[in-house]
Design a binder for this molecule. Structure first.
Ligand SMILES: N[C@@H](CCC(=O)N[C@@H](CS)C(=O)NCC(=O)O)C(=O)O
Length: 211
């Protein structure tokens, strides 16, 4: 299998894509062999541009070509069932926490500090906090990590990195209680930790989005 993903600033290393990170964490947790191929606009293979609209992450598994991180992960879960990571609540939980990354993106992309966008982000984090308070274990779906954790962890990495750089006071406000404990826990999972890329790549990526 091969996974084509956004390259880092040097054009060859793993880039700052939280969606590609999700797929790589799933591959790692399932113990699947996969060659990761970071690409730039210039180095994307012709078939990827012509047949898959250039979308990355893109998984190539024999004749199969799959794009969209959630679709890739479903494909991997269905085809390689030896280690199942999905839990029955994953889809609902993923929908519940998805607005965190959207709120973060809006907040960070705006060059000037915007109080309302900060409030929206804090509100989404409060929903995560409440969810964790009632979860039956330290993870989103209970005692063991599942797909929703592997999806959220890369986004929390972006949150921690961008807020500590642009808005450290906002970081203080959101990184409290269960959310703080949970962030430390999921970022230290081997599947997540061993597939990380440098924080400076994250900042470079957002700097471009801000300009
Ligand atoms: N909804 C898509 C989002 C993927 C996405 O936004 N990928 C970006 C980086 S985070 C990318 O690869 N950009 C480089 C490119 O398209 O050439 C998914 O979940 O797979």
């Amino acid at each position: 299998m091969e996974l084509y993903i956004k390259a880092g600033p040097d054009g060859t290393s793993v880039g700052d894509c939280p969606f590609a990170h999700f797929v790589r964490a799933v591959l790692r947790m399932k113990g699947l062999e996969c060659t990761v191929i970071p690409c730039t606009q210039e180095t994307k293979p012709v078939w990827l541009v012509q047949d898959c609209q250039g979308k990355m992450p893109c998984l190539r598994d024999g004749e199969e070509r799959v794009t969209e991180s959630s679709v890739i992960v479903k494909y991997l879960e269905d085809k390689y069932q030896t280690t199942k990571i999905e839990c029955s609540d994953d889809i609902d939980v993923m929908m519940k926490v998805a607005p965190i990354f959207q709120s973060l993106a809006k907040f960070i992309k705006k060059i000037e500090f915007d109080e309302e966008l900060e409030r929206n982000l804090i509100e989404e984090i409060r929903i995560l906090e409440n969810h964790l308070q009632t979860s039956t274990g330290p993870y989103l779906c209970g005692a063991t990590p599942s797909l929703s954790d592997l999806s959220l962890a890369p986004k929390l990495y972006h949150l921690e990195t961008t807020l500590s750089n642009y808005y450290p006071e906002t970081l203080e406000k959101v990184m409290q209680g269960k959310v703080k404990e949970y962030t430390e826990l999921v970022l230290s999972l081997p599947a997540v930790r061993d597939t990380l890329y440098p924080r400076e790549y994250v900042l470079k990526g957002w700097e471009q989005a801000r300009s």
